[in-house]
Ligand binder design. Structure first.
Ligand code: OSB
Ligand code: MG
Length: 367
């Protein structure tokens, strides 16, 4: 691949509804869309999933922009790339900054798949042409949460996740269970608890949750292994797994039954696939996490979720879960709780230029 030009666009869109977690509320979503052009005019799309502020991980839109502009893009333009697997190693001497790295790495995967005349999901040896969707409720208000769940069930979602925190946990889940006894339900704490809360966390075993996601500290692997011995509810790690080595450590210490794989958090598609393969080998369940993303990242998530290990629904929802109108076309739709893997080359979605222009607040080209 001879990459001639790279375009960065900062975009911003209001969410249809506010999204609250144990760490705060998101009203507007800002992100970076990356377009990588080769010398023949073919284009690959990537998305940086960092938020405007560092509430989920330490990266932000501005830190990612700096990384891309000043360090990562120059390394990509420096010499031709034969295969997207080379991108990671070109960034070897730059620590962390996984979401910035993943944004450009995924754009190169898309371009490569297009040049190979293959859907990305087939190129990465996906095994299914539809992936299981799941949806996240963005409120801890009990009445409002139940109303949202009911409407998502009408849309066809088969798995629902709610965000919990101390004070909004037992009663919230109890009421949801009372109204929806049979739904596949899970809870995400975004690290809101400590081992001192163990009795409360044990009490949540009453609700037959599919799993509890990231109950303890963001950088913890040890205490989760202690908690796991006490809970019936399976533990899923999200924030704690940033590298392949983290996944190895969690498996070694028996810290979880499940890992949420996010392409951005782990630094790209190559790493996501490596972690998937490791989990397969060790009987750790995986599912694809979400970042309240725009359509480009959503499309990459769909491709990843066609891989063999992704047998449980991820946080992959339709475009209309968060947006009046997404930046891709067609919009991602849910049909009977699943999303069709597209048949087009690369990510299989086109840019919705009109919507993209409306959402763009800043753009810059690099050669
Ligand atoms: O912890 O999984 C998380 C959104 C932003 C940051 C972190 C998380 C989430 C979600 C929502 O839970 C997933 C989605 O619907 O995109
Ligand atoms: Mg999470």
């Amino acid at each position: 691949m001879k990459i001639k030009e790279i375009k960065l666009s900062i975009i911003k869109m209001p969410l249809k509804l506010p999204f609250s977690t144990s760490l705060g509320t998101v009203l507007d979503r800002e992100g970076i869309i990356i377009e990588v052009f080769d010398t023949d005019g073919a284009v690959g799309y990537g998305e940086v999933v960092a938020f405007s502020t560092p509430w989920y991980t330490e990266e932000t839109v501005q830190t990612c922009y700096h990384m891309l502009k000043d360090l990562l893009i120059p390394l990509i333009l420096e010499e031709p790339i034969t295969h997207p697997n080379e991108v990671q190693s070109r960034f070897n001497h730059i620590r962390g900054n996984n979401m910035a790295k993943a944004g450009i790495e995924t754009a190169i995967w898309d371009l490569y798949a297009k040049l190979q005349h293959q859907p990305l999901w087939k190129l990465i040896n996906g095994v299914r042409n539809e992936v299981l969707a799941g949806v996240v409720v963005g409120t801890q208000d009990i009445k409002e949460a139940i109303a949202q769940i009911n409407s998502y069930l009408m849309d066809g979602y088969k798995r629902v996740k709610v965000k919990i925190k101390p004070g909004s946990d037992y009663l919230l889940l109890k009421e949801i269970r009372k109204h929806c006894p049979d739904i596949a339900l899970m809870a995400d704490a975004n690290s809101a608890y400590t081992l001192k809360d163990i009795e409360m966390l044990k009490a949540l075993d009453d609700f037959e949750l599919l799993m509890i996601e990231q109950p303890l500290a963001v950088d913890d692997i040890v205490e989760h292994s202690i908690l796991k011995k006490e809970l019936k509810t399976p533990i899923c790690l999200d924030e704690s797994i940033v590298t392949y080595h983290d996944a190895e450590s969690a498996i070694y210490l028996n810290s979880c039954q499940v890992i949420n794989i996010k392409i951005g958090r782990v630094g790209g598609l190559k790493n996501a696939i490596k972690i998937h393969d490791l989990c397969q080998k060790h009987n750790i369940q995986v599912w694809c996490g979400g970042m309240i993303e725009f359509g480009i990242s959503r499309a990459h998530n769909i491709a990843l979720s066609t891989k063999e290990g992704f047998t449980i629904p991820g946080d992959i929802s339709a475009s209309n879960r968060y947006w009046e109108e997404d930046i891709i076309t067609p919009q991602v739709d849910i049909i009977h709780g699943t999303i069709k893997a597209p048949s087009g080359f690369g990510i299989g979605y086109e840019m919705n230029d009109r919507r993209m222009n409306q959402a763009t607040t800043y753009k810059e080209y690099f050669r």
